[in-house]
Design a protein around this ligand. Sequence first.
Ligand SMILES: [Zn+2]
Length: 400
Amino acid sequence: MAFEITARDPGSRARAGVLRTAHGDIHTPAFVPLATKGFVRGVAPAEVAALGYEMVLGNTFHLWLAPGHALVAQLGGLHGFMGWSGPIISDSGGFQVFSMGHGTVADEIKGRAPSGAVRAGAVLAVDEHGVRFRSYLDGTEHELTPELAMEIQAALGSDIALVLDECTPFHIAREETDRSTERTHRWLDRCLRWHADHRPSTQLVYGIVQGGVYEDLRRASTSAVAATGCDGIAIGGSLGRDKEQMHEVVGWATAELDREHDERPRHLLGIGEIDDLIAGVQLGIDTFDCAMPTRLGRHGMALVPDPEARWRVNLQGARWRESTEPIMAGCPCPACGAGHTRGWLRHLLHQAEPLAGRLLTLHNLAFVARVMEDLRSGIAAGRLQEVAQALQAGASPGGL
Ligand SMILES: [Zn+2]
């Protein structure tokens, strides 16, 4: 058994556990920082580990296009390539491919979109076989199939692979969502078949629940994914127009899993704002990944215990010009721990000094790590509701 549940919260669906992989254990619930292209932007893998993180997430789509999975395999797999000895989960690339086609191009892609003669990436066709698209890097055509997504992840050597899913935009009709979800289930079977035939040693495989914002489709998709032999269950796709709907949609999936007494690990894809982490844990999610803490840091935003301001402060603001305050009192991160002031960090930001993004990324990751630590220990001590309420009321994370 790869996952052991060690404690359950009597007042919610939350659970704490240990997820065992070939490269070590992950204590859950846990947040997983993004190493999308084989690096966590701005910070060294050892610094991520020093903040208490046990797993990072690499992306199949990006690593396939650059530098290519064959080269990553040649250079020691993703672990050896990026110098991360702990567990790695790899996203299948479904979201990245399909977000090109929906006009809501993910920021990470947009940032690299070529200008001028070469057109930015686009989905050319989706059919039963797979998805054909034009690369955002050089305009060349590629096809990603369920089998290829698994082959790439086997070459990357990730500890947890995700199956290829079709991601639909939020606003599409029920009928189209239904058709797409059914295709995702067929792709799941093909992914699992490829994995069984090639058995990349110790790699675990997570299926992905789709079904959009339709309760019956979400529940049916959860049931269909759970009926397969996948090692864990990820929740993906459109989760709704706002937080309220997102929590409802996630709740349908975890309620369905609880009803079936499913004890496999559960991952929520692409969600990681502080209030969503708290709600997700209470809904029975074990791991989360999100660009939020690292992306905010690169844009001059620091996480602080201020729920009214969505737990963030813009350090570029003029009000910090003469500030001698740290980002957050009592924070042990390399920025706050060294006594760096908001006034100085604002200056770095205005000088476009990369050190600012680096220090804010470290601070934000430290903040999220402490929130997750508090939630984990809250579950273990049987006082999750108290911890969640304190965080929601603006308490500083760390030792709550
Ligand atoms: Zn800090």
